[in-house]
Design a protein around this ligand. Structure first.
Ligand code: MRU
Length: 351
């Protein structure tokens, strides 16, 4: 199955799909500077926690690639810190952004400790680490898919929210990875995709990529999941995550929490699929996760169509936090994590 290339390194720049233009147009954009990458992340041209991390890793290299060969190593590292801080301001919730930036930064710092190192070596190490982040995410998605297929055994109709598919990662996705892997291995899945107001990642992106892969998908509005579950049409819900606290509380696209409550009321298993890079063990619980609030215009005048009075007071959080008590399991690249999460997440990281 050939999948879309969400993000690629080609001839000195990063090629991304401009996801704000999906599904009407499939447009690739070459990102050649850190400022361009910051903007692409902020306006959601590239989006989804793992993809944001990969983009930021390359963004940091782009910010340093023109650093003068004659500069000092100390000055290189200072500049690197400043550029990293700048990129980290692009979006606050997905921890993969900070994880990837730190990873690339640390790589250069580690290398800088050697006495014979040159500026050029440091620059190359940044690029190499960004390429590693990209490649590892591809493998991670596949491993999540393999673990997910096992937990979905005998289940066919899967409901998902937002887009946690290939377009949110390097290739397989997280929530959609078991669907892709299972389909490759002859299983028959049917996906219900929540539309996902206000930016419609489910309607615009999840349907687009599943249909491209030939996987049956039915689009529903966000307020329809209770009815579909009440009819007994959903065997499991799988969503992705932007940040998971040490106790398992999970930030994901706004609407996920409501969906988890509805799933619990209907006895439908609710799974979160995410890589280890989405866990933030420095936060004890979900109420410490910073939640991005976005512009009112996304709700009042979404996609250029005014649907509320211009001056309407609006609350527009991009994410919510699902308490871990509503989550039946985490599907990760290292296998499934079951409750009690306060113990088992920590154990998974230490094993
Ligand atoms: O605002 P977005 O589109 O970046 O939000 C994306 C999500 O909430 C995804 O579910 C999450 O990042 C997981 S992607 C594998």
């Amino acid at each position: 199955m050939s999948r879309l290339k969400t993000i690629e390194w080609i001839d000195g720049s990063v090629r991304i799909i401009d996801q704000t233009r999906l599904p009407m147009e499939l447009v690739y954009e070459d990102v050649g500077s850190i400022q361009q990458m910051y903007d692409a992340i902020k306006v959601l041209k590239v989006r989804g926690a793992p993809a944001i991390g990969i983009a930021a890793a390359f963004g940091l290299y782009l910010g340093m690639k023109d650093f003068t060969e004659k500069g000092s190593i100390g000055n290189f590292l200072e500049t690197l810190d400043k550029k990293a801080d700048f990129l980290a301001e692009s979006r606050p919730t997905a921890v993969n952004l900070f994880w990837a930036i730190k990873r690339v930064q640390n790589q250069a710092k580690k290398l800088a400790a050697h006495s014979d190192i040159t500026i050029n070596d440091l620059k190359n190490s940044l690029l190499q680490e960004a390429l590693n982040v990209l490649e590892e995410d591809r493998l991670t998605g596949k491993a999540i898919g393999e673990a997910g297929v096992k937990i979905l055994k005998g289940k066919k109709n899967i409901l998902t929210h937002c887009n946690a598919g290939g377009l949110a990662t390097a290739e397989y996705g997280t929530a959609l990875a078991p669907i892709y892997l299972g389909t490759e291995n002859g299983l028959n899945f049917h996906v219900y995709a929540d539309e996902t107001r206000p930016l419609l990642q489910g309607a615009r992106i999840t349907t687009f990529e599943l249909m491209k892969a030939g996987i049956p998908v039915t689009l529903i509005c966000d307020n329809m999941s209770a009815v579909v579950m009440a009819k007994g049409e959903i065997d499991a819900v799988i969503v992705g995550a932007d940040r998971i606290a040490a106790n398992g509380d999970t930030a994901n696209k706004i609407g996920t929490y409501g969906l988890a409550l509805i799933a619990k009321a209907h006895n439908v298993p609710f799974y979160v699929a995410a890589p280890f890079s989405t866990f933030d063990l420095s936060l004890e619980s979900g109420n410490l996760i910073p939640i991005e609030e976005r512009d009112a215009s996304e709700i009042i005048c979404g996609f250029g169509k005014q649907t509320a009075p211009a001056e309407t007071n609006v609350f527009n959080p991009a994410f919510d936090v699902t308490p871990s008590s509503l989550i039946d399991a985490f599907i990760t690249e290292k296998g499934i994590i079951f409750p009690p999460y306060s113990i088992n997440i920590n154990a998974a990281f230490n094993s």
